[in-house]
Design a protein around this ligand. Structure first.
Ligand SMILES: [Cu+2]
Length: 177
């Protein structure tokens, strides 16, 4: 009799678990309207900064500021993986490109979703970004990487814009508001 009761309790517990899982799936529908990435220096660089991605009526507003850069233009992209473990930033993979398009400029219709163009650092090594992107999807970029490159993205060379090595890496996460 004791064994029989125990079995009944276990079955009941399983039924309870199944119900909990179902509820969690309902709750994980995408409901975030602001994401953020803090970038960390890669290799010998001293780059730091952060960027936010905020839902906007015309797309996604991308606003950030960075310091510790060499003066000039630096390729600025969303890369496939939110993984900054490698010393040279290569663990972030290539550009995030779910449509398998050619590389392009942020203003192009045909581009990688991750093609955010360049950020321009002044003599003080500081750079900002502030524009609305019509291609980026918050749901698709959550958990992916942000990479700042040593060189300029020429916006045409395939598949990377010939922007050179990586000087900063960050992971796109959910912003606390
Ligand atoms: Cu890149």
């Amino acid at each position: 009799m004791k064994t029989y009761i125990s079995l009944f309790v276990i079955l009941f517990a399983f039924a309870g678990c199944a119900q909990t899982v179902e509820e969690e799936i309902v709750e994980t529908e995408f409901e975030h309207d602001e994401l953020v990435a803090t970038v960390m220096a890669v290799g010998d660089s001293e780059v730091s900064g952060s960027v936010t991605f905020t839902e906007d009526e015309n797309g996604v507003a991308i606003q950030g500021s960075f310091s510790g850069l060499e003066p000039g233009n630096h390729g600025f992209h969303i890369h496939k993986f939110g993984d900054c473990r490698a010393d040279d930033g290569t663990s972030a993979g290539g550009h995030f490109n779910p449509a398998e398009n050619q590389h392009g400029a942020p203003s192009d219709d045909v581009r990688h979703m991750g093609d955010l163009g360049n950020i321009e650092a002044g003599e003080d090594g500081e750079a900002t970004v502030d524009y609305v992107d019509g291609t980026v999807s918050l749901q698709q970029i959550l958990g992916r990487g942000i990479i700042i490159h040593a060189g300029e993205d020429d916006l045409t060379s395939q598949p990377t814009g010939a922007a050179g090595s990586r000087v900063a890496c960050g992971v796109i996460g959910i912003a606390q508001k």
